[in-house]
Design a protein around this ligand. Structure first.
Ligand SMILES: [Zn+2]
Length: 316
């Protein structure tokens, strides 16, 4: 048997966020500053709402509890997560705690978080990847309206993440015919968007990638990437070399095409401060990613991959 979970309602395309019906007395949760989100809320036509705009990157459980207490007894009808991954993850966790439904609206496109049952929350300053069916959006709204104004670096990292997720998800041991369908279509669209300079296609591609990998999983490329993220490299950037080398190791059908995408986005090679052996020790316990890799991976394999990432230029 195969099972696939997607939000109850998905609205996407031009004007999706404008034409969507929002309930009154919603709580909007965002990371952005007021001069930007006021314009967004005006476009969306949301009336009589509360707002919480102090979400920070890598949200911690304490800040989620703060929001819960602040809006307790205010009869909030639903949460509207408006922003990047952090705003959406806060909404997901809060909704699981309170049972209040959630509408997720990404304004940067890549993680596909609006489609998945995953959330990344920090406990004791450590990021934890959580999965729960209760994290699934009641509605997801994907509108390219939010795309202009996204800084180039954020767009480039997000596009790389979406393409890495689609191709790793396709190869995952947990993939099934339906997730492969989503991953394949997602990659085709993202590739067209990046190679042929059609950024308007990114939101739709990222959305399909989210459905595909969100119901299978990412694999070796993501496992390798976290030691670079731990040293401060943005997630999407670290995937450029890591997923390329992982695809080479796995003999993936996406190796050449993924590498071309990274070349087009002009990613620089990666550096690692810690010794490769120590990094491999950090990566090996990440069974969530490694066990779903199509080929079994040993510590020696990881060291070899890391060596290729930092000592040769995988994108040359
Ligand atoms: Zn990712």
């Amino acid at each position: 048997m195969w099972k696939i979970l997607i939000p109850k309602k998905i609205a996407y395309g031009e004007n999706a966020a404008k034409e969507f019906d929002y309930p009154e007395n919603a709580l909007i949760i965002t990371t952005t500053e007021s001069k930007i989100y006021e314009k967004w809320i005006d476009y969306m036509g949301i009336k009589n709402y509360h707002i919480y705009d102090k979400v920070t990157p890598d949200p911690a459980i304490e800040s989620i509890e703060t929001i819960k207490n602040e809006f307790d007894g205010k009869n909030v009808s639903c949460y509207i997560g408006l922003g990047g991954g952090s705003s959406l993850d806060v909404c997901k966790y809060l909704s699981k705690m309170t049972g209040v439904p959630k509408i997720l609206i990404p304004t940067t496109f890549g993680t596909g978080a609006e489609m998945t049952t995953y959330a990344v929350i920090s406990f004791d300053h450590k990021k934890k990847l959580l999965q729960d069916e209760a994290f699934l959006a009641d509605a997801a709204v994907i509108d390219p309206y939010f795309l202009p104004g996204t800084p180039f670096n954020i767009m480039r990292n997000s596009a790389c993440d979406a393409a890495a997720q689609a191709s790793e998800g396709y190869d995952s041991k947990l993939a099934n015919p339906l997730t492969k369908l989503f991953c394949r279509e997602a990659f085709d669209i993202l590739e067209d968007a990046i190679i042929n300079d059609k950024p308007d296609l990114l939101p739709y591609g990222a959305m399909l990638s989210g459905i595909g990998f969100g119901n299978s999983s990412t694999t070796l490329g993501h496992a390798l990437s976290y030691v670079f993220s731990n040293e401060g490299v943005p997630h999407g950037y670290s995937l450029s070399s890591c997923t390329t080398i992982a695809h080479k190791f796995n003999n993936s059908v996406y190796y050449d095409r993924f590498k071309k995408i990274c070349q087009k986005l002009k990613f620089e090679p990666l550096k690692l401060n810690q010794p490769l052996d120590a990094a491999a020790d950090v990566i090996m316990p990440d069974r969530g990613h490694l066990d779903n890799n199509p080929i079994q991976v040993t510590k020696q394999d990881i060291i070899k991959c890391l060596d290729e990432i930092v000592n040769s230029n995988p994108l040359a």
